[in-house]
Every structure is written in C-alpha cells, then in structure tokens.
Write a protein of this length. Structure first.
Length: 279
C-alpha cells in the first residue's frame, strides 16, 4: 500500500524542481477523533534551515499541487523575523465530540473551538460553558448551515456569548447576508484561501476575521501576503498536520503584525506517524 502511495507522490513531484540539498520523505499521518482513527499521506521536505509539509486534506483542501508548491516556496526564502515570543501566542483546545469534554484539562484552557455541524451540537457548547464559564468559546460550522439556520444557532447560544462563529455558511455571499443580520463576529476559513477570496470577502463585506493556514494559502509567504491584503484581525490555524506543519504555522503566528485571537495549532489529535524516504 505505501509503495503505491509513494509512487503517486513521485508522479506529483515530476511537475516541480526540487534542489539537490532538499530531502523528500513520504509521510502517513494518523489522527484520533474520539474513538475513530483516520489517516492521510503526503510529503515532508527538509532543507538546510527548515522542514515543510505538503499533506492535502480531502474534503477540506485537497489541492496537492498548491500544497507542494507552498512547501517548496517556504524552503526557498529566509523566514520572516518573529515579532513576538511563543509565550505570547495563545492556543485553542478543540472540542469535536462529547469525549473531548471528558478530560482533566477542561477547566484549564481559556480558549476553545467547538465543532458545530448540527443543532444537536449546541448542547455540547452549552455544557462546555457550564464547565468553564470564564473560557472564550468560538464555534466552527465548516459551512454546514444556510443563513436562516445560522441565525437559529446564534440565537440558541445567546447566553454563551461566543467569541465568533467560524464559516457558518459555505459561500461568501451567504455569509455576507448573515453578517447583516447579526452582531456576532463572523470568521471565514474555507472561503478565504487566496487573494481572490479576500477580494470577494472585502467586496461583499462577508466577514470580520479570516482564518489563515499555511498549506491552503500556498506557503508561508503567500499566507503573509493574505494577512497583509486583509489588513484586519486573523486567526492562524492548521488542518490537522504533523508537528512540522504546526511549527510552520507557529512561525507565521510569531511574525504577523497583530495577533488578537488564539491560534488553532494544537497537536492533541495526532496519533501514529510513519515517515519513510520517498526514493
């Protein structure tokens, strides 16, 4: 199985020039989600100064070409200088099912992101609020709702005082309609992965915050361009990557001018990692 996967990535790399001082490994990442385990594969590039990751995530961002191009670009130029320390970067604790609430740490984190893809998930948000009423809670809908249902979700959570709602609707046009009907801040993720996306969001006034992730942006320098183009609050996130991808996300978080929100750069869901030379 792994040999077939490796050959797929060898074929993908035929489209790129890889310098001789860059080593390339095939990687298979396993993630834990409650009692479920799932995995995906990709590439790790190791250069003289930094390592980068290209592990597209089907169903979220499956563009392997853009991931590889971004990983190679991130190796080729000196990384930006940090403007803050890691101690100044807050991280969110991800709650995606009821099992995530059964932990000794539930009263310790100050920042939570709760996955809300159905009306039944609202109870989980309320339960978390009861367990830790001082925490800041944001909800992530991954585009699960239309405008009407998004308003219902917001109304059901009015006593929780959520920090913001992330990607309530799939399209920027829907989110623009929603934004006119609520005072709750709207963060955009899946619909904010390129300069063209940002142009559309700004034209439609579809969001208050954008979520910036290194791989979907096309590398750390493209991500910095998106942050600069947006010019307002951002959240630095990840798409369930290895510690190499998370480290590059942290470098982005350390280098942007303003960081007012906790980042989604936790490694808590990572399980087994298999890493082997590609060639």
């Amino acid at each position: 199985m792994s040999e077939n996967q490796k050959q797929h990535w060898r074929d993908e790399l035929e489209l790129f020039y890889v310098p001789k001082d860059i080593s390339v490994d095939w990687v298979n990442l396993e993630f834990n989600k409650g009692y479920e385990k799932y995995d995906r594969d990709g590439l790790i590039f190791t250069g003289p100064k930094v390592s980068t990751e290209a592990t597209p995530l089907e169903g979220y961002f499956g563009n392997s070409y853009k991931c590889i191009r971004g990983a190679l670009d991130s190796l080729s130029i000196t990384l930006p200088e940090p403007v803050r320390s890691k101690d100044e970067v807050n991280l969110t604790y991800l709650v995606s099912n009821d099992d995530d609430l059964i932990t000794d740490n539930i009263s310790n984190p100050l920042f939570y992101k709760v996955k809300v893809s159905s009306f039944q998930d609202v109870d989980r948000v309320k339960k978390l609020h009861d367990l830790n009423s001082s925490a800041r809670i944001r909800i992530d809908c991954n585009g699960a709702f239309n405008v009407e249902d998004s308003l219902k979700i917001i109304e059901l959570l009015k006593d929780v005082d959520i920090e913001f709602i992330e990607q309530p609707c799939k399209t920027n046009s829907e989110n623009a309609q929603l934004r006119k009907k609520t005072d709750v801040l709207i963060a955009l993720d899946e619909s904010a992965n390129s300069r063209e996306d940002i142009d559309e969001i700004q034209h439609l006034e579809a969001g208050d915050i954008i979520v910036v992730k290194v791989q979907p942006a096309g590398g750390i320098f493209s991500a910095l361009d998106i942050v600069d183009q947006w010019g307002k609050d951002v959240v630095i996130g990840s798409m369930m990557e290895s510690t190499i991808g998370l480290d590059l996300g942290m470098k982005l978080a350390l280098s942007i001018p303003s960081l007012n929100y906790a980042c989604g750069l936790s490694s808590s869901n990572i399980g087994n990692i298999i890493r082997e030379p590609l060639y």
